[in-house]
Design a protein around this ligand. Structure first.
Ligand SMILES: [Fe+2]
Length: 381
C-alpha cells in the first residue's frame, strides 16, 4: 500500500469543458499537437481563440508523430526555450500529451540529458516555469491523469518510459467532444486499454481504498458504455462516460501501477504490431485466471460491481465484452503468423519478465509461466 496519492491539480470534465481554456491564467501558451484529427476538426484553432479571449498568446508546435521520438521532444523543447511559455498544452492522443510532458521536463531543466531521466523516478521536482494542461482526444491511456510519458529512441529501436510523480499534469480537460471522430476500432482498443488499467491496478500490492474506488467505478462505466460508444460514435453521452472512465482508471493505475497483462502486451505490440489495448484485451482474461490463485477474494469483490461473484465470471464477462466490440479471442485469430510467433515467444517471455510492470503483479510469474500464458493467448480458448 502506498502512503501518498497523486492526481492532477484540477480536472474539468464533461461535454463543452474544452471552453474552460478561456478561463486559464497565463501570458503565453505553447500548444503541442500532431498534424491529424485535432487540426482537421478545428480544435487547434479553437484553442488559440479561447486562449486569446483570456488574454493569452499562443504558439503551436504541431510536429508530434505516433510514438514520439527524442528528436521531436528536442524540437519542441527548442521552441519552448525560444518562446518562453508559462502554459504548456498537450492536445490530442496519447502521443501528443506524452511528447508535451517530456518537452516540459526539459524546459524546466534544460541541462537534463535523456539518459538522466531514465530509469524511472529520477526526475527532480519541476521548477514550475510553466503549468501543464492535458487535453486528450482518445479514451484509453488516461495520460491526462498519469505520471508517465513514453518516448521512442528510433536509433536504438527502444522506448523509454519516463515515470515520475512530477509528470502528473496540473490541469486536465476531459471533454468527449474531442473523441467524436475516433474510429470504431480505436474506440474498442482504447476502451479495453482503460478497462485493463482498472483491473490490473485493482490487484497490485499498492492498491488501496483510493485506487480501488476509482477502478471499480471505471469498470462499471466501461462495461455499460463501451458497447454503446462502439455501436454509435455519435452517442456523446456514452463517449463522455468512457472519457471519464479512462481518466478514473488513469488516476487509479498511476498510483497503484500495473501487472503482467501490460508486460506481455508491450512485447506483443512491439514484435507484431498488435494495438496496445487489443493485446491487453486478448491477454486479460487468462491473466485473471492465473492471478486468481493468489487474489480470488479481490477479483470476486470487483466482480460484484457487475453482479457477478467470482474471478471466473469476471473473466467470462470480459470475454463477452471483447466479443461485443469486435476484438478477437486470441492472437492467431488477430492474424499473427504462427511460425513467427513460435520463433519469438521465448524472447517475449524473457522481456516480459524483465518489464517494469511485472514487479507489481500480484502473483510473481516464472519465465515458463509467462511463455505458457503467451501461448495460451495465441491459440483460441
Ligand atoms: Fe495501457
Amino acid at each position: 500500500m502506498a502512503d501518498n496519492f497523486i492526481v492532477p491539480g484540477k480536472i474539468f470534465h464533461g461535454l463543452g469543458t474544452f471552453n474552460k481554456l478561456a478561463e486559464l491564467d497565463g501570458t503565453k501558451a505553447l500548444i503541442v499537437t500532431g498534424k491529424g484529427s485535432m487540426k482537421k476538426a478545428g480544435f487547434v484553432d479553437k484553442a488559440v481563440e479561447l486562449l486569446h479571449s483570456a488574454g493569452i498568446k499562443s504558439v503551436v508546435f504541431d510536429g508530434v508523430e505516433a510514438d514520439p521520438s527524442i528528436e521531436t521532444v528536442m524540437a519542441g523543447f527548442d521552441m519552448m526555450c525560444n518562446e518562453q511559455p508559462d502554459l504548456i498544452i498537450g492536445l490530442g492522443g496519447c502521443s501528443a500529451i506524452d511528447a508535451a510532458k517530456a518537452m516540459w521536463v526539459f524546459y524546466e531543466y534544460p541541462e537534463t540529458k535523456f539518459e538522466e531521466i531514465i530509469p524511472p523516478f529520477t526526475i527532480k521536482p519541476l521548477r514550475n516555469k510553466a503549468r501543464f494542461v492535458a487535453i486528450p482526444s482518445t479514451s484509453g491511456t488516461g495520460t491526462e491523469a498519469t505520471c508517465v510519458s513514453v518516448i521512442t529512441d528510433r536509433e536504438k529501436g527502444t522506448k523509454y518510459p519516463l515515470v515520475s510523480y512530477e509528470l502528473c499534469p496540473d490541469i486536465a480537460i476531459v471533454d468527449a467532444e474531442l473523441c467524436r471522430s475516433m474510429p470504431t476500432h480505436v474506440t474498442a482498443n482504447t476502451g479495453l486499454d482503460a478497462l485493463t488499467h482498472a483491473l490490473e491496478a485493482y490487484v497490485t500490492p499498492l492498491a488501496d481504498a483510493y485506487t480501488d474506488s476509482l477502478a471499480e467505478r471505471a469498470v462499471v462505466d466501461i462495461f455499460e458504455n463501451l458497447p454503446l460508444a462502439y455501436q454509435n460514435g455519435e452517442n456523446l453521452e456514452a463517449r463522455q462516460k468512457m472519457h471519464d472512465a479512462s481518466c478514473l482508471a488513469g488516476m487509479s493505475f498511476t498510483n497503484a501501477l500495473l501487472g503482467i497483462v501490460h508486460s506481455m502486451a508491450h512485447q506483443v505490440g512491439g514484435m507484431f504490431g498488435v494495438p496496445h489495448g487489443r493485446a491487453n484485451a486478448i491477454l486479460l482474461p487468462s491473466v485473471i485466471r492465473f492471478n486468481a490463485q493468489v487474489c480470488e477474494a479481490k477479483y470476486a469483490n470487483l466482480a460484484k460491481v457487475l453482479g457477478e461473484s467470482s474471478s471466473e465470471r469476471l473473466a467470462w464477462r470480459i470475454e463477452e465484452l471483447r466479443n461485443q466490440v469486435g476484438v478477437e479471442s486470441c492472437f492467431k485469430a488477430y492474424g499473427v503468423d504462427e511460425s513467427a510467433w513460435k520463433a519469438k515467444v521465448k524472447t517475449m517471455a524473457q522481456n516480459a519478465l524483465n518489464d517494469a510492470c511485472t514487479g507489481c503483479n500480484p502473483r510473481a510469474p516464472s519465465l515458463e509461466e509467462l511463455e505458457q500464458l503467451l501461448n495460451l493467448c495465441y491459440y483460441s480458448r
